[in-house]
Design a binder for this molecule. Structure first.
Ligand SMILES: [Zn+2]
Length: 208
């Protein structure tokens, strides 16, 4: 099937337009029915990649630095995200550990790796192997970005524990807070620019 990535169609009145590059903040609208055709992206691919690399560092910090520090009668203990999942695994509510593991560790790790792969190839103007499948997977994972819900859970636990013990937020907790914000920033964008670029590269190679 031949596709035409330089063309776009109005969803409401089916009028066909050729795409143009928009300035930052600009919106392309249909002349006939005024519907939004597409918007300019605030970040280009290179800036998006830089942000994903920064998110990877914050993700590693959130995983390996202690989330909370507990002091009780002179004894001190620190716990990381991994350790808290391991603690849950040993209790009778072990099933709770599965969603925590998925939402805070596994899904963000997959999203960050997929974006790194796709953006690195796109920035180099090269075709990313499996791009079609990976972009679809990223779109399917979007509703699973629930790290903010988990962050809220950790905060509630810290506040509740502080009634009984001396609890302090560790570096990992601050990193998780920053990670929550950064994950939304990198995964809530439209994947269309990557798709269009990869599609163009794919057509170029298939025409050779
Ligand atoms: Zn229209």
């Amino acid at each position: 099937m031949r596709t035409y990535p330089h063309l776009t169609i109005c969803e409401y009145c089916d009028r066909v337009y050729s795409r143009r590059i928009l300035k930052s903040g600009e919106i392309a609208r249909c002349y006939v029915c005024d519907a939004v055709l597409y918007r300019s992206e605030r970040l280009d691919l290179m800036q998006w990649l830089a942000l994903v690399i920064a998110t990877l560092f914050v993700f590693l910090m959130a995983n390996f630095f202690p989330v909370i520090r507990i002091s009780f009668q002179g004894l001190q203990n620190e716990i990381t995200l991994w350790q808290s999942v391991a603690v849950f695994m040993r209790t009778d509510v072990a099933l709770i550990a599965v969603p925590i593991l998925l939402v805070v560790i596994v899904i963000p790790a997959i999203q960050i790796s997929l974006l790194l792969w796709l953006l690195a190839f796109s920035v180099l103007n090269r075709q990313a192997p499996f791009w079609r499948m990976l972009i679809k997977l990223l779109i399917a994972l979007k509703p699973w970005s629930m790290i903010d819900v988990c962050m809220l859970g950790i905060l509630v636990a810290v506040v509740k524990l502080s009634g009984y013990l001396d609890v302090a937020a560790g570096m990992g907790l601050w990193a998780t807070a920053v990670l929550t914000w950064m994950m939304t920033l990198i995964t809530n964008k439209s994947f269309e620019p990557i798709w269009l670029l990869q599609q163009r590269l794919y057509q170029k190679t298939s025409e050779l």
